[in-house]
Write a protein that binds this ligand. Structure first.
Ligand code: RI2
Length: 318
């Protein structure tokens, strides 16, 4: 079954990356809707709500996931028939995937303009959006090189160096803890994001905030490549982004852990980089300072401070 299959693949990180999981969830919901042999719109909507909750609950941190699920699910709110709902959800999911791919491409074009000949760029983890900037810069003839981190414990850096190698970009592969040793050789840091909060803080792969701290100390520009659907609307309501903590076995093999009864492992897989360490967020609508996060949430995701009123039952008087 597509729905549970996709959910399992997202949980196990066979499908990973904030943009990829969002697109996979959108498609899985559309295929699930198509597969339902139901005629009653209320029962159909209830089943789709269950499916949406399942998809949104697979991983807690990347906001692209619930944003994609909400965008797709909003398409059936007004549907009065099952065929109508199936059509609406299918076209919304395809539209989301297409606009997501276009967003990454556009970010690449904007981000590439920040890369100059001779630059040394550092990237952390494996971000399609960040890589799009590097690949586009290479495609447009820019001569630069990259430092890529290993990204313990899941080693997403291996994915990154393969992509960079394929693009013919000269790359040095380093362990995560070597970042500060090389930071003075770096002209620009580019990472992706799993979520951007209303105050411009960036939630990304564990280690990103240490990279940002080192960059800040060295006065090295730190740029984040993030599509608008990675901005977190509910942070307006004071909701915090949950940081996923994955199994201990990803860090320390179970047999070793068993032999060390006084040792426990902590494995948070994301961290928060405060806005003051972020110079620019490159979105598909343009490069913005992190302090403009609210504008993105309001103008591109359709969320306003007035959502407060709805959620907390406060009357707004003009
Ligand atoms: P794109 C990834 O999370 C990384 O934290 C990466 O920076 C971020 O998603 C954004 O990726 P994980 O799924 O959407 O590896 O830019 O835990 O590809």
């Amino acid at each position: 079954m597509v729905l549970t299959d996709t959910a399992d693949k997202i949980k196990s990180m066979e499908i990973r990356g904030a943009g990829r999981i969002a697109r996979a969830a959108a498609i899985a919901l559309a295929e699930h809707a198509e597969s339902l042999d139901l005629t009653d719109i209320t029962i159909f909507s209830g089943e789709m709500k269950r499916a949406a909750d399942l998809m949104a609950g697979t991983r807690p941190t990347a906001v692209s996931l619930p944003n994609a699920v909400n965008i797709v699910m909003a398409s059936i709110a007004q549907a009065t028939t099952v065929p109508g709902a199936k059509m609406a959800i299918g076209s919304k999911a395809r539209e989301f995937v297409q606009s997501s791919n276009q967003a990454v491409e556009r970010i690449g074009k904007i981000g590439a303009r920040h890369i100059r000949d001779g630059d040394v760029i550092l990237t952390h983890c494996n971000s399609e959006a960040a890589l799009a900037c590097l690949i586009e810069a290479k495609r447009s003839g820019r001569d630069f090189s990259v430092f890529a981190t290993e990204v313990r414990p899941r080693n997403q850096g291996l994915l990154t160096i393969r992509v960079l190698n394929e693009a013919g970009i000269k790359t040095r592969f380093i362990v995560d803890s070597a970042v500060r040793s090389f930071i003075n050789d770096i002209d620009l840091v580019i990472t992706g994001a799993d979520a951007v909060t209303v105050n411009g803080a960036v939630v990304n792969k564990i280690g990103t905030s240490q990279v940002a701290l080192a960059a800040h100390e060295a006065r090295t520009n730190f740029v984040v490549a993030a599509e608008t659907y990675k901005f977190a609307p509910r942070t307006i309501l004071g909701e915090l982004i949950e940081i996923e903590e994955r199994p201990a076995g990803e860090v320390l093999p179970d047999d070793i852990a068993k032999s060390l009864p006084y040792v426990t492992v902590r494995n948070p897989v994301f961290d928060v980089t405060p806005a003051e360490y972020v110079d620019l967020i490159i979105t598909e609508t343009g490069a913005i300072p992190p302090q403009m996060a609210y504008i993105i949430i309001r103008d591109y995701l359709g969320w306003d401070i007035s959502e407060f009123g709805k959620e907390f039952d406060i009357d707004h008087h003009d």
